[in-house]
Design a binder for this molecule. Sequence first.
Ligand SMILES: O=C(O)CCC(=O)C(=O)O
Ligand SMILES: [Fe+2]
Length: 354
Amino acid sequence: MLGITSAVPDSSFVLPVLDLAHFTQGGDLKNRFLDDLRNAAHKAGFFYLIGHGVPESLNREILQQSARFFALPEEAKNQVAMIRSPHFRGYNREGLEYTRGQRDWREQMDIGAERPALLHDRQGPIWQRLQGPNQWPEALPDFREIVLHWQERITTVLTRILQALALALGQDERVFSPVCDEVPHQLLKLIRYPARHHSQGQQGVGAHKDSGLLSLILQDEQSGLEVETAPGIWTAAPPRKGAFVVNIAELLEVATGGYLRASVHRVVSPRPGLERLSVAFFLGARLDAQMPVLNLPPALVAETRGVTVDPDNPLFSQVGLNALKGRLRSHPDVAARYHADLVGRGLLDVVAEQ
Ligand SMILES: O=C(O)CCC(=O)C(=O)O
Ligand SMILES: [Fe+2]
């Protein structure tokens, strides 16, 4: 059997639920929200978010667009295939993406910030290759507007959480502004996990950490997302009506010397006869930024674990390099076609030679 073999979820641990409206209301509610946020982000690194202000109707619309997109004929989806985009945008059918060397079993459409390509500037920083236009399915006239609108709303929500996290960590509310104002790195994935026969393994997406600042997941009614809350212990994060799942990603672990936890998570494939749709949004820092290391209050420093060192996944504090590393590894076909000069080389070596 491949990939995930023993998913014994730990039902004794329940992910916390945070209400963002409490942060806005101020006073005691705000202080309690900040305490709960600090705890959630330190311990599990995952929580449910309610009171976020994103209308249910908009969440339904994006899931509907997603369902319509995945229902298109293979040929229509392939017209926007990622292999046509040097900027890693577009559609991938099942089995094209890898996590820790194992094939994931999900189809997905990747959409980023809609910005002009900088590809021809080969003298520039190598991460500039990530910037460029998206690909849009011709058959779905409302797709582009709904997806970009949802992306903007979610960016606002996560920027707010970043401000709250800054306060919760004893920092100025705007401490992350220099690394995420104006042109944060945005990536939105529409994802469909088809059922899989157990003999094929159950890896919807394999165990991983997200590489940006904060991630947010909108789920349909199907479970499958699991969080490693202690070594080898997987806590289920099933869908909750009206709530998003939010999680800490690697750049915040780096910025806090490991006080904030970028938890490992995975998705187990649905049982035969079922499928699961999710929309995942990844807020990264500006690609031209260097991630700062924060000066935490002594009480928090005492509980700092240090950044997890994973030889398979070196962390770069240069944001653009970290993002490019992730994309090259997840999409070897796109890397081979457009970025062969970077494949199989340490990115830091490439930068040093430029
Ligand atoms: O589909 C999900 O629920 C989570 C997806 C995920 O973790 C990812 O794409 O990084
Ligand atoms: Fe993830």
